[in-house]
Design a protein around this ligand. Structure first.
Ligand code: AMP
Length: 217
């Protein structure tokens, strides 16, 4: 079972991918998390990705595709994967199809988490993340019990550098230009399901699990 989760920055994609992976037992592969880990570890991949991420641009396809393909060779992905944040371009979607076909597999379901643009901007600019366990909070929609501190582990909360307003706007523009065509790619393949992401976490998760259940049946 290979599921692709597509949504704009701030659509709740990461949170929902986590819920979906935990409930379904599929591996959660998030391209943004892989890049952030590489930047933090100071690897060659991290050095290449860093500038693009800071500007809110996409990391070039060949670099991104190579990173994901390497991750998909790890044994925990054999039963299937929830892909979060990849593919983000038509080229990436096609490369993924070719790689899966080579191992007799295919994308079974693409979920598009749809959220209005003004809501995305509001969500991105108030987002805070735990430096230790990566739990996500929001100044308005999901504040921590103690300001600046993670409810789950007590870790320090920080803002992602690419969530600052200017970069967030650029990330949204990039999303409209480059990722919307990838959504159309899956729509034409008739494996796209749209979910209304402008609701609280639980009903969104329920709709997504429903789509997953329909596909496995
Ligand atoms: P995310 O956490 O998914 O919002 O990703 C953070 C940043 O990582 C993006 O703004 C891009 O710079 C980079 N990135 C993540 N996924 C991809 C991808 N599939 N293609 C290119 N760049 C990506």
């Amino acid at each position: 079972m290979y599921v692709v989760l597509i949504g704009a920055p701030g659509s709740g994609k990461g949170t929902q991918a986590g819920v979906l992976a935990e409930t379904s037992g599929l591996a959660h592969v998030a391209s943004g998390d892989l890049f952030r880990a590489a930047v933090q570890q100071g690897t060659e991949l991290g050095r290449v990705a860093r500038g693009y991420m800071e500007r809110g641009e996409l990391v070039p396809d060949e670099v991104t595709i190579a990173m994901i393909m390497e991750r998909l060779r790890e044994p925990d992905t054999a039963r299937g994967v929830i892909l979060d944040g990849f593919p983000r371009t038509v080229e990436q979607a096609q490369a993924l199809d070719r790689a899966l076909a080579a191992r007799d597999q295919q994308i079974d379901l693409a979920i598009y988490l749809r959220v209005p643009t003004e809501v995305l901007l509001r969500r991105l600019s108030g987002r805070w993340i735990c430096r230790v366990c990566q739990a996500t909070y929001h100044e308005v929609f999901r504040p921590p019990a103690t300001p600046g501190q993670c409810d789950a582990c007590g870790g320090e909360l920080s803002q992602r550098p690419d969530d600052r307003l200017e970069t967030a706007e650029r990330r949204l523009q990039v999303y409209f230009e480059q990722t919307l065509p990838a959504i159309e790619y899956y729509r034409r393949r008739r494996i796209l399901v749209e979910v209304d992401g402008n609701q609280p976490i639980e009903p969104v998760a329920a709709e997504m699990l429903g789509a997953l259940g329909q596909t496995t049946r």
